[in-house]
Design a binder for this molecule. Sequence first.
Ligand code: PD2
Ligand code: ZN
Length: 281
Amino acid sequence: MAAANADLLKWLNECLARGHSAESLTKSALQSGWRDEVVRAAVAEALGHSLIANRTPSPSSVEKRIPGPDLAQSPSVLDVGGRRIAVVSVVKHPRIIVFGNVLDEAECDELIALAQPKLARSLTVDNRTGGEEVNSARTSDGMFFDRGEYPLCERIERRLAALVQWPYENGEGLQVLRYRHGAQYVPHYDYFDPAQPGTPRILERGGQRVGTIVMYLRTPERGGGTVFPDIGLEVAPVKGSAVFFAYDRPHPDTKTLHGGTPVTLGEKYVATKWMREREFV
Ligand code: PD2
Ligand code: ZN
């Protein structure tokens, strides 16, 4: 991809901070004669680093900003840094969007391979059989990358930041989960429960979580859908696709209760990206 031009980038950041949409700025830049690939690179970069979340809200600001793509024109495909990401399904409340073609096959496989050494440590041996099995009451095995730990992580993280128009710096590192036969993730909320004594400590690192992207890295043959019980939605865990949802406050009213149904055949891998209100440190 072409490098972002510094002047163009500066202008984009200023305009984004003043509240202009990425779409209108792209149009203006193209009309001013900037080359298509330079504009795309700069917009992707600006959205990744943008000052959007650091904008000082006006005293009368009514809605809290949350991550999310610009779907005002009902696009079926979003061009994110030259990648064509499909908008497969949209739910208005809760804000849930299913995307296709977020990752390609090689990226999914490479992420699993990079995660494997740390996941291996959490293998459990079944006392009765001596085999490696998952206790169905237990959740999946997981590991965290640091943000930008590998070039692949950074590339994906910048793509996601541009996709949902939320600063790269506000993202936690990617989490990879492996679900073997019988594994599941019981329904939960991803935000931190304000009633828990440990929550203030957690919030020091960037505030609340405000959005989640679950990317499917390996498709199980059966089971393993991501469910949203409040609205009766089940998202099929198809490799390369992702489900995004956002929540403007840590409250069940957001209807973002969600879980992973048991994998009944094959193995499921996901990578999860959580977005915070502010820079995650
Ligand atoms: O793997 C899933 O489907 C899933 C379901 C619920 C992942 C998460 N939550 C998560 O990573 O938070
Ligand atoms: Zn979750």
